[in-house]
Design a binder for this molecule. Structure first.
Ligand code: DGL
Length: 294
């Protein structure tokens, strides 16, 4: 698409942004078993995936990057999210990871095909594993998807479900207030319940029997979402499936670490580490010890 500079009515002039250029993401070397798994998210929500990785792959080392300086991704454009995601992958590559997990649903929705094309090490997102589970689980063929504005707007879940099972009816709803509510610790609060009732109404009316929690933060709202949707609706949290898929990929490629990893996980953020450390307990179940700012 051609980019033009806009002359604004207030007289300011902004040059057009440069096109997204990806330096070769391939680092040339073959990954080996002892290397870490790289995980990135827009912030700390991706720790829900790390939690599952710890359980499913206890011998693996994790290098985690939370892009806390630029969070949220959930209301940003595709171009911006792609640029941020590319930079995050480059950072993880620099740390010699053997595979990358895009733990952010927004980044997975916009960026996975692009990142997989440009990076020869395995890149795993969170959309496909959740979709596979939901398609297996639904009895009525009516699946609901909730996520950030960008995830829902991207149509990534919709297309992934249709690719697997074209006859399934998909109903989507963006729930942008859920992320700040979780980060404020209001997981079981009348305010959150009110937001859930409002956001989920069309999905209830559509009589979905399966609901994909298409955002890193939503598993923390399972109780409220479950109560609003009712006991007949199965909630799909992809974090566990992502960990299983990661193990499957490592096994297939002969890259599973056979040795005990020890406590050498690394956690990086792009902004103030103290807040990340404090909130990490909520997402990980335990507090992250040392967090470095990059
Ligand atoms: N990590 C994002 C996601 O899963 C939620 C937070 C954000 O908007 O960046 O979509």
């Amino acid at each position: 698409m051609e980019r033009r500079a806009e002359a604004r009515s207030d007289g300011f002039y902004f040059p057009p942004p440069p096109p997204l250029r990806v330096p070769s993401l391939e680092n040339g070397s073959h990954p080996d078993k002892t290397q870490a798994i790289g995980v990135f998210d827009s912030g700390l929500g991706g720790l829900t995936v790390v939690r599952e990785l710890f359980k499913t792959l206890p011998r693996e080392r994790i290098v985690y990057l939370g892009d806390t300086a630029r969070v949220p991704y959930g209301n940003k454009s595709k171009e911006t999210v792609l640029r941020f995601s590319t930079e995050n992958v480059l950072f993880l590559l620099h740390h010699r990871v053997k595979m990358v997990i895009v733990a952010c649903h927004t980044a997975s929705s916009f960026g996975l095909p692009f990142l997989s094309r440009h990076f020869k090490h395995p890149v795993l997102g969170v959309v496909e594993p959740g979709v596979e589970t939901a398609v297996k689980a639904t009895r009525s063929g009516r699946i609901g998807v909730i996520g950030t504005n960008s995830t829902i707007g991207s149509g990534a879940y919709l297309h992934a479900i249709r690719r697997l099972q074209p006859s399934i009816k998909v109903f989507q709803a963006a729930c942008p207030l859920f992320v700040p509510l979780v980060e404020e610790g209001l997981v079981d609060d009348p305010l959150t319940r009110q937001a859930a009732v409002r956001y989920l109404k069309p999905l209830k009316e559509a009589r979905v029997d399966t609901l994909i929690l298409g955002c890193t933060h939503y598993p923390l709202l399972k109780k409220v979402i479950g109560q609003v949707m009712g006991p007949r609706v199965r909630l799909v949290d992809s974090a566990h499936q992502v960990a299983l898929k990661a193990r499957q990929i490592l096994l297939q490629l002969g890259l599973e670490n056979g040795k005990t990893a020890g406590r050498s996980h690394r956690f990086y953020v792009t902004d103030e580490p103290a807040l990340f450390g404090r909130l990490s307990r909520r997402f990980l179940g335990s507090r992250v010890g040392h967090v470095e700012k990059v």
